[in-house]
Write a protein that binds this ligand. Structure first.
Ligand code: GLC
Ligand code: MG
Length: 722
């Protein structure tokens, strides 16, 4: 167990998409620059104000693009004394929408490792949304820093909603990259020690449909809401301009209003509200109905869906003859809304939101802050808000009687009204401020820090002294079977190249084989002794002539590893046959797989997840299946090595032919796929820093070395992924 960090907690918030800047954030500028950007900025700002926080880095993408302007190209951008935005370049230089970022996430991971190496590791990493969720999970596994995840919106839920709206699945998956997003979210949930959501419903109805749903790690911590514009009415307040737009509709504008504010959208269910109002003559005596439904020039020219809603409402007003009792002003400005809530509160009215669904419900909090009681649909947002603030009633949006009863109570029980009004003003500030949010956030983070082992890399003395692998300044890491080995003439050329190039080039092996096995093969083929060997599919790491094991790696890899459970579970699966005993190792369980009968890889992952098992699943040559600890694999092994020895990713050239090489090929290191590659690697085709050689085996590796001019002035021609 660790002590809490001295001098306060260092927090890395990762949020990759959209346009984030400290001054004048351009919220709403595009679809990716909205709620989440505001959320992370406000969170960073509040964390930066706390004594128990040492520093906050809000890490995002560095963008060089005239279309968005120079502020997003700055490396650093201050938020306050302790909090700043840090921008890290990855992928193309230009601005990309979030769905286009997926191929570049591993590149971000490699960049950030370099950053951490320079400035030190944070105490906690917090990923936001699926893209940073995935990157943060990788980093957390690699540097063993506890991980916090906030999904913001979840891919599976969105996909389901779009399918319900009758959009075609295959088109959606291409446009929105749902499968990448889903895998990313699963990995983030699998890795996180804490998942933060805004409402209880998000936990029950959204995260619940994920394989890695772990309710005991989830915390509902509502975001802070800026209520500074929303205050109760004061005696001297002048009559606001919005009143002059409402009054002409009404016979007696002094009566309390039943107020609804919503876009003209079917799902807001406003027609139902008008019908309830029309059905009850008593309600008409007591109150006016005021509908603020956006602004319009000419109803006839609105998009069909909106026009239908508005025309429907006008028809019901006419049917029930509600003239003089219902107002629907033609337009309003954003600043009219605080005035409107205050006006409604001063007349002892009520705010009603009868939408079919309401995940959060910001307007409810704004009404609450103004002292206006609320009546709202019994759904995620309102349920939490009304449970916290006790400032009104929940209704069933499809049941007119329930709406009618709630409205009548608010209009006929003055003591109750007074209580709701008071509770709302107090509760909104108490429960929905960033100060409250951060109190709970830090309480939870401290709890995690107190219960996690200290990060091996941060503590290891080797890293602090920044010891270097002897002599060389760049390193070739290659797979053995089917990459280096398979063509003897080509191998002879490769050995010659190593011999001629001198000691500044390091030589490493990454293989699925056991260390002994690999060393025998190396000897048989007359290869030099490698400087580094990652064996058993990136679950073991050895260095130097004496093959010294990497202790920090070995100490951490067992994390959450349950080999017996895995063996038992997979014993019952068709088409899987355990490999020979001597192929199995402490951190690698291997099968031969008969693709004709065995489940698909995605389904195998699902089987493991559903059994609560955390593991990596790797398929090679379409027939070798390895199950590894989540901190194992060629990707993490090679990145660990690069981080530990302080290698820039550009100084590592990695070569492979099949699935167990995929992880190290992705990202910032210079990848070479040999010509005789196995189909699993086809998916790397369009990624940056992956060169598909024409030649096979060792000749393919040599071709890649020439392509990157790796022996001389390293160049990265395929970086121009613009
Ligand atoms: C090597 C290993 C085998 C593993 C395969 C794929 O052939 O000997 O156990 O399954 O690589 O990683
Ligand atoms: Mg191979």
């Amino acid at each position: 167990m660790t002590q809490l960090p001295e001098g306060g907690i260092r927090i890395a918030l990762l949020s990759l998409h959209g346009l984030i800047r400290a001054k004048d954030p351009e919220l709403g500028r595009d679809a990716d620059t909205g709620g989440q950007v505001k959320y992370v900025l406000e969170l960073a700002q509040e964390l930066g104000r706390r004594d128990d926080v040492k520093s906050v880095e809000l890490i995002t993408r560095q963008i060089f693009d005239d279309r968005v302007g120079p502020s997003y190209a700055q490396v650093e951008d201050r938020i306050n004394d302790k909090a700043k935005i840090v921008r890290v370049p990855f992928g193309p230089r230009r601005y990309l929408r979030k769905e286009a970022l997926w191929p570049f996430i591993e590149g971000f991971v490699d960049q950030l490792l370099g950053h951490f190496r320079r400035v030190g590791l944070p105490d906690v990493i917090h990923g936001h949304y699926a893209d940073a969720g995935y990157a943060g999970a990788q980093l957390s596994r690699l540097v063993h820093v506890p991980y916090v995840f906030t999904g913001h919106s979840l891919g599976r839920v969105k996909r389901q909603r779009m399918l319900d709206a009758k959009q075609e699945a295959s088109a959606l998956d291409i446009q929105y990259q749902f499968s990448a997003r889903n895998e990313a979210e699963e990995m983030a949930l699998e890795t996180a020690s804490l998942v933060i959501t805004s409402t209880a419903q998000e936990v029950q109805e959204q995260y619940e449909i994920y394989d890695h749903y772990q309710p005991d790690r989830m915390e509902v911590i509502a975001p802070g809401v800026d209520l500074s514009r929303f205050r109760p009415a004061e005696p001297g307040d002048p009559l606001p301009t919005i009143a002059t737009r409402i009054d002409p509709f009404l016979r007696d504008p002094k009566k309390p209003m039943v107020l609804a504010v919503a876009r003209p959208d079917d799902r807001k269910n406003i027609e139902m509200l008008v019908r309830v109002f029309g059905e009850n003559p008593k309600m008409r005596e007591l109150a006016n109905l005021v509908l603020v439904l956006g602004s319009r020039e000419d109803i006839r020219e609105l998009p069909t869906a909106q026009r239908k809603v508005l025309m429907g409402i006008l028809a019901i007003v006419d049917v029930y003859d509600l003239y003089g009792h219902v107002a629907y002003p033609k337009s309003h400005r954003p600043d009219d809304i605080p005035d409107l809530f205050r006006l409604a509160a001063s007349q002892r009215g009520v705010f009603v939101n009868p939408a079919l669904t309401e995940p959060f419900g910001l307007t409810l909090l704004e009404a609450a802050g103004s002292g206006l009681p609320v009546i709202a649909t019994n759904d995620g947002g309102p349920r939490d808000i009304i449970a916290n603030c006790r400032n009104g009633l929940l209704i069933d949006p499809l049941d007119p009687t329930s709406i009618d009863h709630a409205l009548m109570r608010s209009l006929t029980e003055p003591d109750q009204w007074q209580q709701w009004s008071k509770n709302g003003m107090e509760g909104a500030h108490e429960f929905y401020s960033w100060t409250t949010h951060v109190n709970r956030y830090l309480r939870d983070v401290k709890d995690i820090l107190a219960h996690s082992a200290s990060p091996a890399l941060a503590a290891s003395s080797e890293t602090r002294q920044a010891r270097r692998l002897p002599d060389f300044d760049r390193l070739i890491i290659t797979d053995l079977d089917n990459t280096l080995i398979g063509d003897d003439d080509a191998l002879t050329e490769f050995k010659q190249m190593l011999h001629d190039s001198g000691r500044h080039i390091g030589f490493g092996i990454a293989t699925g084989r056991h260390l002994d096995d690999a060393m025998n093969l190396i000897e048989q083929h007359g290869l030099p002794r490698p400087d580094v060997v990652a064996s058993c599919v990136g679950t073991e790491l050895h260095y130097g002539a004496n093959l010294t094991p990497d202790r920090s790696w070995r100490n951490q890899i067992a994390f959450q590893w349950e080999p017996d459970k895995i063996r038992t579970l997979l014993a019952g699966i068709e088409g899987l046959f355990p490999q020979d005993e001597h192929e199995q190792s402490q951190f690698k369980i291997s099968y031969e797989l008969d693709a004709k009968v065995a489940p698909k890889i995605a389904d195998l992952k699902k089987i493991l997840r559903e059994a609560g098992i955390r593991a990596k699943v790797v398929l090679s040559l379409g027939m070798y299946l390895d199950i590894l600890p989540i901190r194992g694999g060629s990707d993490l092994a090679i990145r660990h090595l690069a981080y530990r020895w302080g290698f820039e990713p550009e100084r590592l050239l990695v070569a492979g032919d099949s699935g167990n090489d995929e992880g190290m090929l992705r990202g910032g290191m210079l990848g070479v796929v040999v010509g005789n590659y196995s189909p699993e690697l086809e998916r790397l085709r369009k990624l940056p820093r992956i060169y598909f050689a024409q030649a096979g085996h060792a000749r393919g590796v040599l071709e890649g070395i020439r392509y990157y001019d790796f022996l001389n002035h390293i160049v990265v021609p395929n970086d121009r992924a613009e």
